[in-house]
Structures are given as structure tokens and as C-alpha cells.
Design a protein around this ligand. Structure first.
Ligand code: SAM
Length: 279
């Protein structure tokens, strides 16, 4: 399927000499059926500004524009991709804004108007860091209403993990406290060019109007980090430095001091952070 009158993505790559760079996590999606499907998984794009990080040759960008996005703002670090993206901008006048920029040093908010959805086939080397930033803004609800992001499957599984599983940890707590992450698509390596070594998955997050349980954000974050840094230890030992009365605090929070981090639910960690704030 050709979703617009632009050249096929393989030709775009050849015409602009876009040989993939490993250092930039470049694994491109060349099937416009697939990129349109990812764009649709983001929800209704009409009347929305979309932020896309790492558009590369623009396969997903074309999917987003063809699916009715009001405006798409793209951040691409690799200047070789900019001429290819300019061709897309010409086909969608006034709808595509291109920044040759590093997403880690870019102030997104000033360039987009609500409602905002973030959709990206993220570069694997910066994916988790960007996700954590988007999940931990100063204010909630955040500037975005949904995130639809491609990760390595192993990272996607850590995001949706539940207590008792090996994948359960800080990322699950952070994501599930304020959003409802779900894996909406799985992709094998052959879907990409060049194929990565691992499988991938798209995770969709809706921002909840408020956190699922009340808790002081910074205490929750440090407590969870401390508990999972020594995940095999009992909480009374891994959290010893959090309070001189840690056994009492844990009991007051309704938790067993001999339990381990991976047995504690999100609600349990929130209750613990509230208790620690009181002590
Ligand atoms: N979206 C394209 C697709 O689906 O075919 C490309 C995805 S590729 C996995 C990741 C893209 O992110 C590459 O184009 C790479 O150059 C870009 N990139 C890597 N690090 C970046 C950064 N810090 N800021 C912005 N773009 C970055």
C-alpha cells in the first residue's frame, strides 16, 4: 500500500544515502502498512499535535500524517535524514515541522499545542531515559495525553510487569502509578531494516487524570529504587537507610518487613512512601 504519492521508503533510503548507523539506534520500518497501523494504535489523531522522536526516513511520520494528525513535530538527530523529511513536508503543507535536534536536549512543550500525543519508534539507546522523563514531569496530568512507543520487547515487559515476576521493578511502578500501559503490538526483527538482534513491542500509555494512589513522588521513587537495588534482600534490610524505625514503618504501611521488593504491589509502595514521609 502506498499511503501518499511519495517514493517508496527503500528508494528514499537509497536516494538520500541513509545507511543505518548503529550508534543512533537506526533500525528503520519500511512497510507503510505497518507504520500506518502503529499510527492508528495511537488513537484518533484528528485535532491532535503529534510529537515523533527519531523519524529517520519518515515511514512512521507518513503514517501519522496520512492518519489525520493536525500537526506532526519531529526531532531527528541525524542531519542526513532532513532532506528526506523535507520532501514529506512539501507533500503535507503546513503540517510537518522538522527539528534537526537531540531529543534529550529539546524543550518539547514550547513547540506543541494540546492535545498532544507522542508516537515514536524510539532509538533504543535513549528510549528508557525519554520514557522516564515523560512519566515524571513536575505536574500531573502531563503535557501529553498518550504515549505510543516502540521498545525492545524485554523493556516493554518490564513496563507492564506485575508483582511476583522477574521483570517487575522500578519501571513498572513508575509507569503504572500514573498511566495504564498495554502492549498493543509485537514485532519480530525482520520487520526492521536492518533487523535488530531482539524482538520489539509497541506500548500504549494513557495518562491517568491523577496518580492511581496518593504518594510523595520523590520518596516513592527513591524508596522503590532502594528496594529493587537489592531485590533479593528482605525490605527491613534493603530499606535500612530509609528510616531508623524501618520495621515499624513497614508494619504501619501494612507490609511484612521480611517481604522482598518484588512481592510488593504498587499500592503497597505508595502506602510505604506516605508512611516514610510522616516519620
Ligand atoms: N522512526 C523511524 C522508523 O520507524 O523507521 C526510525 C526509527 S530508528 C529506531 C531511531 C531514529 O532515532 C533514528 O532515525 C535515529 O537517527 C534517531 N535518533 C537517535 N538518537 C536520537 C536523539 N537523541 N534524538 C533524536 N533522534 C534520535
Amino acid at each position: 500500500m502506498q499511503i501518499d504519492q511519495l517514493p517508496a521508503l527503500r528508494d528514499v533510503i537509497t536516494n538520500h544515502g541513509l545507511t543505518a548507523k548503529k550508534s543512533l539506534g537506526q533500525n528503520f520500518l519500511l512497510d507503510l502498512n505497518l507504520t500506518s497501523k502503529i499510527a492508528r494504535l495511537a488513537g484518533d489523531l484528528n485535532g491532535h499535535d503529534i510529537l515523533e522522536v527519531g523519524p529517520g526516513p519518515g515511514g512512521l511520520t507518513r503514517g501519522l500524517l496520512a492518519s489525520g494528525a493536525r500537526r506532526v513535530v519531529v526531532l531527528e538527530k541525524d542531519s542526513r535524514c532532513i532532506p528526506a523529511l523535507n520532501e514529506i513536508a512539501e507533500a503535507y503543507p503546513g503540517q510537518l515541522e522538522i527539528f534537526n535536534a537531540d531529543a534529550l536536549g529539546f524543550d518539547i512543550r514550547t513547540n506543541l499545542t494540546a492535545p498532544i500525543r507522542i508516537v515514536a519508534n524510539l532509538p533504543y539507546n535513549v528510549g528508557t531515559e525519554l520514557l522516564i522523563r515523560w512519566l515524571t514531569p513536575k505536574e500531573w496530568p502531563p503535557f501529553w495525553s498518550t504515549l505510543t512507543l516502540m521498545f525492545q520487547k524485554e523493556v516493554a515487559e518490564r513496563i507492564i510487569a506485575t508483582p511476583g515476576s522477574k521483570a517487575y521493578g522500578r519501571l513498572a511502578i513508575l509507569a503504572q502509578w500514573k498511566t495504564n500501559p498495554t502492549i498493543v503490538m509485537e514485532l519480530s526483527p525482520e520487520a526492521f531494516n536492518p533487523p535488530p538482534k531482539v524482538h520489539s513491542a509497541v506500548v500504549h500509555f494513557d495518562a491517568l487524570p491523577k496518580p492511581r494512589f496518593p504518594a510523595p513522588a520523590s520518596l516513592l521513587s527513591t524508596t522503590v529504587a532502594m528496594a529493587f537495588n537489592q531485590r533479593r534482600k528482605m525490605l527491613r534490610s534493603s530499606l535500612k537507610s530509609a528510616s531508623p524505625n524501618i520495621e515499624t514503618v513497614l508494619r504501619d504501611a501494612g507490609l511484612n518487613p521480611t517481604a522482598r521488593a518484588e512481592e510488593i504491589s504498587l499500592e503497597g509502595f505508595c502506602s510505604l512512601a506516605r508512611r516514610l514521609a510522616e516519620y
